[in-house]
Ligand binder design. Structure first.
Ligand code: ARG
Ligand code: ZN
Length: 875
């Protein structure tokens, strides 16, 4: 029952205006809808039946132009309401009853902590009322919300409040009007006992906007950072893209139970509390940065998503890829640009590459799906952003900006496609982007094999690039892509970028070459010294690039590359080479020997003054086990863990005093601020501490305990707690866990961290601990944050224990998936991911993983879980 991109048809009827009335009650909310409908101009000749979406609804009343319908005039099934004959233009009135309290899927209208809230993207609105639930139906909305004054004193929806008043029975109402036509996936309603923090913003054209963040009383002290981030994002979008906010009111609401990070509903963004609340004592630097990024992301959707939206859900990356690109650029401009790029790429190459190589691989624009909720993926979001970034780089910022201006102007108020976006880029640049379009239609990560040699006699560097995209499920033939490769040639004598001349053309010292064919040969002439090539600078395309670097070359680039990103990447490549040897040694039972070149490279890093401490902290961080696994043909989790631990401990032993010096040099204790300089100092200090704790150095243990007890901020406390809990000593772990757990029992977001720290312990008792923690009063399978903190973190980050040889890790995950399949299918289909990657492991593990997938398949499955499990087993 998959649906296909090529089957797209415009809707038979469209809604021009939608009037909604909600009579709220936890188990029996009544929703009355009056839809102003008219036949689509292109369908004037036919008289198709009216088919509306609707699920989990009890229909109480239906009338057309005020006439109640007779039983034979319409039909209702589990998914639709059909009215057999309707006029050209008419009013449809319906009234349905729904049960928010029983809604554990968290789609549509549901209750979270006694507060009513909605999540409609992608297809949740059909759980609220009968409606053409598709993004190309755009209407203005007028919404009246009625509820108890005592239990739901605050009643919110999209747009501006236009009327409020009292009703009999201690009830009250507010009517909201949203003048901007929108698809129903952007509808929102919130009703609860909420408090607000308010601020103002004046837009570039002088519009005065009220900004509100609505939270539960106890969280009033955790909104400052989100508010400041929102104002920065509003200013940035004006200055960078010329985009201004378009209503008098912008609201953010924090809710505890939420499937994703946040949602860009028009004028009323709803956030997972984890994506908006911060306080120095409860949130880490990483959490502060995540909040800033997500607040900006949702705000930026007001243009890239809301004003211009998607024609259908195959176009999801049109809004998500572009908006991620926008939020990444915002963060880069607001914080450290190289660090932002390193963080994004290092996540991308681990998680998106794995997705692109697995059974659920799909193009940035998929051409079929069963359940669209399964497609809120790293490919749609992050690879989509990389594709937009390549366009920006191909066109240059100014031309790209002309393209976005054209896009926003031409399509304002419309629901459009990825072609529409790329066409604007083509029009303003005159570039032929036909081959580039394959990035949207082809799944899989392109692999580039690069080879080069220097011709001393001629002073030429010859570079050969060959591209190949491996087959992915359902897509065996792949076409060559247009791949922009930014590069430099670093002179081995001077350590400087050499001037590049290609085909007699001077390109400067840092240039972009275009790989468009399967294989291309480039000759750089006029060189006066032998170079080491620095390829794919800034990760200029989302590809895997192999080049036969000698370790000396990598050590050289680590010191001399003018591109910060590639300097970091040279270190990663060097570490991977050393790790490969150690993984082999572990498997062959040979004694492990540390590569001194890595030790010396780290010594240089630790002892050379650096002006970018945040980048330095990244360079001192070894590739994660997940990233190392990505490089292996067959993943041996134990060998990877052993090898990485060995490298870390060897570095700590060899450079103990250097790490200690770094720790002591970066302990400045200014009042906490989530600002780049402070964050850099803390990361550097904490990286050093983690090396020292890997050998359980006595002085380091004392410093870690001190740092934990001092409790200055969550970044330092969480690092210290993690290091204590992950040490081999339960006398360090247990007391710290107890103190922390009791201190923060009242704060769900801190308890999430407490859970995650425990289930990432490398010790073998962790699975038993996890089972015990699932009984903890603070844990609940109904809360997605808790499921992610405990189960998701364990399965994706504790690789040695999840992949235990006895299969108990797999069994536990399958049990949870089966339970969640009924409670919350979207979350169930998400946390199953690690099991779907069975092909990457040895035969015994493959068999165990597959048998758990089969056990899941034997259940009565939601479409969400069904789609993922089928793909995983079919491959
Ligand atoms: N549009 C939201 C965002 O990226 C995500 C909503 C996803 N919803 C879902 N049910 N999967 O900001
Ligand atoms: Zn988004």
């Amino acid at each position: 029952q998959p649906i296909h991109l090529h089957d797209y048809q415009p809707p038979a009827y469209r809604v021009t205006h939608t009037e909604l009335k909600f009579d709220l009650s936890p188990s029996a909310t009544h929703v009355s809808a009056r839809l102003h409908l008219e036949r689509h101009p292109e369908r004037q000749q036919e008289a198709p039946p009216l088919v509306l979406n609707g699920e989990h609804l009890t229909l109480l009343r239906i009338a057309i132009d005020g006439q109640e319908l007779e039983a034979g005039e319409y039909a209702v099934d589990d998914e639709t309401l059909t009215v057999h004959a309707v006029p050209q233009r008419f009013l449809l009135d319906t009234e349905v009853e729904i049960d928010p309290a029983a809604n554990t899927a968290l789609e549509g209208l549901y209750l979270s902590n006694g507060m009513f809230c909605t999540q409609c993207e992608a297809e949740g609105f059909r759980r609220i009322t009968y409606y053409p639930d598709r993004p190309d139906v755009m209407a203005t909305f007028s919404t009246t919300v009625i509820g108890d004054k005592a239990s739901v004193p605050v009643l919110l929806s999209n747009g501006n409040p236009v009327e409020r008043g009292e009703l009999p029975g201690d009830r009250h109402f507010v009517t909201w009007e949203d003048p901007h036509p929108k698809p129903c996936y952007l509808f929102a309603l919130v009703a609860g006992d909420l408090r607000k923090v308010e601020d103002r913003f004046t837009t570039m054209s002088g519009r005065d906007v009220t900004l509100q963040i609505w939270v539960e009383q106890e969280n009033l002290d955790k909104t400052d950072h989100a508010m400041a981030s929102l104002k920065r994002a509003m200013t940035w979008d004006e200055e960078t893209y010329g985009r201004e906010y378009d209503l008098d009111l912008f609201m953010i609401v924090a809710v505890n139970d939420f499937n994703m990070g946040a949602m860009e509903n028009k004028g009323l963004n709803i956030f997972n509390s984890a994506a908006v609340l911060t306080h120095p004592l409860t949130a880490t630097d990483a959490a502060f940065q995540r909040v800033e990024g997500i607040v900006a992301h949702e705000y930026f959707h007001n243009w890239s998503g809301n004003r211009v939206t998607c024609r259908d859900w195959f176009q999801l990356s049109l809004k998500e890829g572009f908006t991620v690109f926008r939020d990444q650029s915002f963060t880069a401009d607001t914080n450290s640009a190289p660090v932002k790029r390193i963080e994004d790429v290092s996540f991308f190459r681990t998680a998106q590459f794995a997705e692109d190589a697995g059974p659920t691989a799909h193009p940035v624009r998929p051409d079929q799906y069963i359940e669209i909720s399964n497609f809120y993926t790293l490919t749609i979001y992050e690879k989509g952003a990389e594709v937009v970034r390549m366009l920006r780089n191909l066109l240059g910022w100014e031309t790209f900006r002309k393209g976005t201006d054209l896009y926003f102007a031409r399509f304002d108020g419309q629901a459009v496609t990825i072609e529409d976006f790329v066409d604007c880029m083509r029009e303003v640049s005159g570039l032929d982007l036909s081959r580039f379009m394959h990035w949207y239609s082809q799944a899989g990560t392109p692999e580039i094999d690069a080879n080069g040699h220097y011709d001393y006699a001629k002073g030429e560097y010859h570079l050969t690039l060959r591209q190949r995209t491996p087959a992915t499920p359902g897509q065996h033939e792949k076409l060559p892509l247009h791949i922009p490769i930014r590069l430099g040639l670093v002179g081995t004598k001077s350590g400087e970028d050499l001037a590049l001349t290609l085909d007699g053309q001077a390109l400067g010292k840092d240039a972009v070459i275009h790989l468009c064919e399967e294989e291309q040969h480039f000759v750089f002439t006029g060189l006066s010294e032998a170079p080491v090539p620095s390829l794919l600078r800034g990760f200029s395309a989302p590809v895997k690039l192999r080049f036969p670097y000698a370790r000396e070359d990598l050590a050289f680039l680590l010191q001399h590359d003018s591109d910060g990103f590639n300097r970091w990447d040279a270190g990663q490549r060097l570490a991977i080479l050393a790790l490969d040897d150690l993984i082999a040694a572990h498997r062959n039972g040979v004694e492990k020997v540390m590569d001194v070149r890595v030790v010396e490279a780290f010594r240089t890093l630790l002892t050379t003054a650096s002006d970018d401490k945040a980048v330095l902290a990244e360079m001192l961080t070894l590739p994660s086990e997940a990233y190392i696994a990505e490089q292996q043909p067959v993943v041996d989790v134990d060998a990877i863990h052993a090898a990485r631990t060995f490298v870390k401990q060897s570095l700590a032993v060899a450079l103990r005093d250097e790490f200690m010096a770094v720790y002591h040099d970066h302990r400045a204790e200014a009042p906490y601020a989530p600002e780049p300089d402070q964050i850099a100092e803390r990361s550097l200090k904490n990286v050093a501490l983690s090396y020292l704790m890997s050998i359980e150095d006595e002085e380091a243990v004392a410093l870690t305990q001190q740092q934990f007890e001092a409790g200055h901020n969550m970044t330092d406390v969480r690092t210290a707690l993690t290091l204590l809990v992950h040490s081999s000593r339960d006398d360090l772990a247990d007391p710290a866990l107890k103190v922390f757990g009791e201190k923060w029992a009242h704060d769900p977001l801190v308890m999430d961290q407490w859970f995650s720290i425990q289930v990432t312990r490398p010790q073998p008792d962790v699975l038993e601990r996890l089972k015990f923690l699932m009984q903890h009063p603070a844990f609940s399978l109904k809360n997605p944050n808790k499921v992610r903190a405990l189960i998701g973190t364990f399965a994706s980050q504790n690789r040695v224990n999840f992949h235990r040889a006895d299969g108990e890790g797999y069994k536990l995950l399958a049990d949870v998936v089966i339970e969640l399949n009924e409670l919350n299918p979207e979350i169930a289909a998400r946390i199953i991911t690690p099991l779907t990657r069975w092909q990457r492991f040895d035969e015994e593990r493959q068999a165990l993983m597959k048998s758990e997938l089969e056990r899941i398949r034997a259940e009565e499955l939601s479409p969400n879980v069904y789609e993922v499990v089928e793909k995983a087993l079919a491959s």
